[in-house]
Design a protein. Structure first.
Length: 136
């Protein structure tokens, strides 16, 4: 019965990936802060290709599961190597065009950025006045 869920998820990923490849605006603003503006349309297309390949792998595994051909180890190997195969072109593209191999870089939240800046300001102020406030 798990194969029905896999087929559904796989088909959704296939459709989403195809849609993003044809119209990068569907991707939205995900990752826009971490990617150079001139590369964003191609970044969205590469992500769409990844999702399309990942959806295809999930559909194939679900179809094989429905036929009853999968053993537990084979099941895991298909997922690991299939998704890795889908991920490699996206990672290579990011390495060539963006200078980093991980396509979904962590972007610091505004709250954490403000805390970090305040901490740096406090350290600078403490470095300028090592004796602390004078009491007269």
């Amino acid at each position: 019965m798990f194969f029905g869920f896999q087929l559904t998820c796989g088909m959704m990923l296939l459709y989403y990936g195809y849609t993003v490849m044809k119209n990068p605006r569907v991707w939205g603003d995900q990752g826009r802060n971490a990617i150079k503006p001139e590369n964003f349309a191609e970044y969205a297309r590469q992500n769409g290709l990844f999702f399309m390949k990942a959806g295809f792998v999930i559909c194939i595994v679900g179809a094989l599961d429905a036929l009853g051909w999968l053993d537990g180890l084979l099941y895991v190997l298909l997922y690991v190597f299939g998704l890795a195969f889908a991920f490699v072109p996206l990672s290579r593209w990011c390495k060539e065009h963006e200078g980093h191999a991980w396509p979904w870089r962590h972007v610091e939240s505004e709250k954490k950025r403000i805390r970090r800046l305040r901490r740096e300001q406090e350290e600078q102020q403490a470095g300028e006045d090592p004796e602390g406030p004078s009491q007269t």
